[in-house]
Design a protein around this ligand. Structure first.
Ligand SMILES: *[C@@H]1O[C@H](CO)[C@@H](O)[C@H](O)[C@H]1NC(C)=O
Ligand SMILES: *[C@@H]1O[C@H](CO)[C@@H](O)[C@H](O)[C@H]1NC(C)=O
Ligand SMILES: *[C@@H]1O[C@H](CO)[C@@H](O)[C@H](O)[C@H]1NC(C)=O
Ligand SMILES: *[C@@H]1O[C@H](CO)[C@@H](O)[C@H](O)[C@H]1NC(C)=O
Ligand SMILES: *[C@@H]1O[C@H](CO)[C@@H](O)[C@H](O)[C@H]1NC(C)=O
Length: 444
């Protein structure tokens, strides 16, 4: 059924059901997946702990997600990243949890996490080994998907390391994190001789086949597991990801510094056409609480990730997180925009600001963003410069709005700013002003 489903534009579980009907198998036909219409919210171990994980870290994260109110705010997943299994190889054909780290196995942890009202995620790789060198799932998709389902796992982060020669793609896609680019982030065969020819159908690539094999294996399970593809924006996943998983990484890894945040915003700003219900560009896990991000940079990072409708996976030790940052992660207006069930599209740039519109620039990406939601238009004005700048949101420049007075709310303070004909704010270096532009005011 691999060839049937690849590039179909239809969600995996539907194809699994169809394939079972067509083959006449007397198996449970899974309903259409119920999860993944809007971006996933949760926590993942990697940015906080890398390989230094054990059950207690997941239980403590789970307890803090509940006690800090993050679960009530919508954060549901507790996700295990790399390094959870025995490293040397499979045991009787299966990936075996390291029971020094996980004394009750992954199923035992899943039970405890589910008992707290949360969901559990696990990690594997579409290669011969995971990125940290542990057993991976290429060629073992059915065995591993069945184990994950039997353990009660709800989410799979599927990585892209150690792809053997015979599984490598014929061509390179234009991904500025991995190929040489010219002016404005453009690719050419002059710079990359193996660049795919124009019109190449990436849904027929080996990458699509590797990730599609896991999609098909997960779709056969009676316990729903969503597929999150950690494919780094390679193989033009933007054109086929929506027929394979619920989200796909759009860049190389994030790091906890401003240059990385601005870099990802620039890349993603050109790739937002592939974002909508059931399919989301993953701008990578949050660095809120990590590295040397200032409070202003942390606000911008979270606001833009929420506005671009990226999955929001917290990646820090919650016990060390400041109350300000917990409040940031719980910002009800940004979460409502990210999780909107009426409007599936992300906010997009309506004006670049420092640079001319449509300029591809890692240090000074688009600064003026807006997008509609059930509660009104979210409008963001980011300052990419190193000094305070007064910025103005002019309604007639924003798609969906026009000149006149609108009810405006400050997303950071939750203060009602009244009926405004435009909104002006002094935005500090690397900070972002965010407002919600609601109903048009009468009597003006
Ligand atoms: C299992 O985890 C323990 C504790 O982290 C570690 O010392 C050990 O090397 C791991 N065993 C294997 C086989 O990976
Ligand atoms: C993804 O596919 C679903 C159908 O399964 C469709 O409703 C949705 O609009 C698609 N999203 C994007 C961004 O193409
Ligand atoms: C950059 O590329 C975009 C297309 O993605 C194009 O619309 C725009 O004109 C280009 N900008 C410049 C400055 O070349
Ligand atoms: C990015 O934009 C800034 C501001 O216009 C400019 O100074 C810088 O040279 C640009 N970077 C590149 C690599 O073009
Ligand atoms: C608002 O935008 C419109 C359209 O670009 C423009 O004509 C007008 O001068 C702008 N107003 C202000 C105050 O910048």
């Amino acid at each position: 059924m691999g060839s049937l489903s690849v590039g179909s534009g239809v969600k995996p579980s539907i194809w699994a059901g169809l394939a079972l009907i067509l083959s006449g198998a007397n198996a449970i036909v899974m309903p259409r997946g119920s999860t993944g219409k809007v971006p996933s919210l949760g926590w993942n171990s990697w940015n906080a702990y890398h390989c230094d994980i054990d059950e207690s870290k997941f239980l403590s994260a789970a307890e803090l997600i509940v006690s800090s109110g993050l679960l009530d705010a919508g954060y549901q997943y507790v996700n295990i990243d790399d390094c959870w299994s025995l490293k040397d190889g499979r045991v009787d054909g299966h990936i075996a949890p390291n029971t020094t780290r996980f004394p009750d196995g992954i199923d035992g942890l899943a039970q405890k996490v589910h008992g707290m009202g949360l969901k559990l995620g696990i990690y594997s790789t579409a290669g011969t080994a995971t990125c940290a060198g542990y057993p991976a799932s290429l060629g073992y998709e059915d065995v591993d998907a069945t184990d994950f389902a039997n353990w009660g796992v709800d989410y799979l982060k599927y990585d892209n390391c150690n792809v053997p020669t015979d599984w490598q793609d014929q061509y390179l896609a234009c991904n500025p994190d991995f190929v040489k680019t010219g002016a404005n982030g453009t690719c050419s065969t002059a710079l990359e001789p193996t660049l795919a020819p124009p019109g190449y159908d990436w849904s027929t690539s080996k990458s699509a086949e590797r990730f599609g094999a896991m999609r098909d294996a997960l779709a056969k399970q009676s316990h729903e597991i969503v597929l999150s593809m950690c494919i780094w924006g390679q193989a033009d996943v933007f054109s086929w990801g929506n027929s394979t998983g619920i989200s796909w990484r759009m860049s190389n890894d994030i790091s906890p510094e401003w240059s990385s945040v601005a870099h990802i915003i620039n890349l993603n700003s050109f790739k937002l056409n592939s974002v909508g219900f059931w399919g989301h560009n993953d701008a990578d896990m949050l660095e809120v609480g990590n590295g040397n991000l200032t409070p202003a940079e942390t606000r911008t990072h979270f606001a833009l990730w929420a506005a671009m409708k990226s999955p929001l996976l917290i990646g820090t030790d919650l016990a060390q997180l400041s109350q300000d940052n917990i409040n940031l992660l719980k910002n009800k207006h940004l979460l409502a925009f990210n999780q909107d069930s009426v409007y599936g599209s992300p906010a997009t740039p309506y004006k670049w600001g420092v640079n001319p519109d449509w300029t591809f620039n890692y240090t000074n990406p688009a600064e003026f963003w807006a997008g509609p939601s059930a509660k009104g238009h979210l409008v963001l004005m980011m300052n990419t410069l190193d000094h305070t700048v007064t910025k103005e949101a002019n309604w007639s420049e924003i798609p969906g709005l026009s000149a006149g007075h609108y009810e405006v709310r400050d997303v950071w303070t939750d203060k009602n700013l009244g009926c405004l004909s435009s909104y002006k704010a002094a935005v500090a270096s690397h900070d972002t002003a965010v407002i919600l532009v609601g109903k048009r005011c009468r009597n003006y």
